[in-house]
Design a protein around this ligand. Sequence first.
Ligand SMILES: Nc1nc2c(ncn2[C@@H]2O[C@H](COP(=O)(O)OP(=O)(O)OP(=O)(O)O)[C@@H](O)[C@H]2O)c(=O)[nH]1
Ligand SMILES: [Mg+2]
Length: 193
Amino acid sequence: MMKINNAYYLLSSVKAQDFPDLPHPEFAFLGRSNVGKSSLLNMVTGQKNLCRVGQKPGVTKAINFFIINENLVFADLPGFGYSKLPKDVKGKFLPLINNYIAMRNNLKLVFLLVDIRRVPGEYEREIVIQCTERRVPVAIIATKCDKFSNNQLKNNSRIIASSLEIETDSIFLSSSKSRMGRDDILNLIEDYR
Ligand SMILES: Nc1nc2c(ncn2[C@@H]2O[C@H](COP(=O)(O)OP(=O)(O)OP(=O)(O)O)[C@@H](O)[C@H]2O)c(=O)[nH]1
Ligand SMILES: [Mg+2]
């Protein structure tokens, strides 16, 4: 299996003109604010402090680019759907995310994160539609699975799958606390790069 030997922060972009021009295959981590994107990136890379993690939603306010093993790019995106951010900040995120999906030519796979305890809504469906239009594959990662028993995990996977109209077994369960799902994510990266 793929190993991450080296991961570092490259730069942050708040507008499309500032996206870096990079030759490497790229993987993006998207999802609602507070779903656990930054925590998952830290867990997958094995670097506790690579991304800032917050108690409050709305911590990541730009697209943060990371270089992995000198030959891959991970992008940590701002969370969408957080209503308490000031309007001017909030209003920028969805167009920024849409531009990101539309413009990154080396984008190989989008990891769309969904809290295992929540039912995905318009935001998630919108991302799936955007990615489908651009022919970018999407992997659904259910986060914070440490909060649930096995039975609850099964039930809620089914609910998430039906709301996104996908198969239940195409949802990957994860926890940044227990490191559940790390191997699945690394295997997906290996397969899609
Ligand atoms: N129990 C549990 N808590 C988690 C997990 N992942 C993240 N959290 C917690 O959820 C909160 C949000 O985590 P972040 O990683 O900052 O979430 P984010 O999606 O990057 O949030 P934004 O940057 O605001 O969009 C933090 O308090 C984390 O400690 C997990 O797997 N299990
Ligand atoms: Mg974040």
